[in-house]
Write a protein that binds this ligand. Structure first.
Ligand SMILES: CC(C)(COP(=O)(O)OP(=O)(O)OC[C@H]1O[C@@H](n2cnc3c(N)ncnc32)[C@H](O)[C@@H]1OP(=O)(O)O)[C@@H](O)C(=O)NCCC(=O)NCCS
Length: 166
């Protein structure tokens, strides 16, 4: 298993990953490749988001790829926190394709993402999940997450917030 940066090589695999999510908007949202947009244009847009254009926090995206060159998961790593990220989204967002869930991949993916935040010099990593996301909370706890106060969004959604000290 390895992390790979998005590139033209992954077009077919990215599409296959998205198809497993039905109508659900894919997570993390940076991997939402809108219908009808050429992959090259999507990648260009992703690159502008990564460098922080439009007031976005600079961030990096990776696919988790297995030895059969199949995308198993996706992760978006934010290089810092702003007011919104500090309360809602944290430093790291991830998903595992539905057909590969509950095999330990998210636990592994978060551990690999933490090596990236180490390289970025982030010593306290914030990882969050919705209150009803039992799987994600387990993944965070397995990676050393210590729970902080929850945050209730204006529409009532409760976000659990965990710090991972490095
Ligand atoms: C949450 C998610 C990333 C978990 O991925 P995963 O690869 O299935 O997680 P793991 O296999 O590493 O599971 C870690 C632990 O959580 C448990 N778990 C995972 N999904 C679970 C679920 N739906 N219900 C209860 N427990 C669950 C596993 O059993 C495991 O515990 P164990 O080792 O004690 O058995 C995956 O379900 C997903 O992609 N969901 C949609 C996107 C999302 O919610 N992302 C997180 C928010 S950014």
């Amino acid at each position: 298993m390895r992390l790979e940066r998005p590139s033209l090589n992954w077009e077919a695999e990215h599409l296959a990953y998205m198809k497993e999510w039905d109508e659900d908007r894919i997570k993390p949202s940076s991997f939402h490749w809108p219908d009808g947009i050429p992959y090259e244009a999507y990648l260009e847009h992703l690159a502008t988001r990564e460098v922080g254009q439009g007031g976005r926090m600079p961030n990096t995206n990776y696919f988790l790829v297995d030895d059969d060159e199949r995308i198993i998961g996706m992760v978006n790593i934010r290089h810092g926190l702003n007011d919104y990220l500090r309360m809602v989204d944290g430093h790291i967002g991830y998903s595992i394709r539905p057909s590969e869930q509950r095999k330990g991949y998210a636990t592994y993916l978060l551990s690999e993402a933490l090596k990236v935040t180490d390289q970025l010099g982030i010593r306290s990593v914030l990882v969050t999940c919705n209150e009803d996301n039992i799987g994600s909370a387990a993944v965070i706890l397995k990676n050393g997450g210590v729970e902080d106060e929850s945050f209730t969004e204006p529409h009532g959604n409760i976000v659990r917030r965990f710090w991972i000290k490095r």
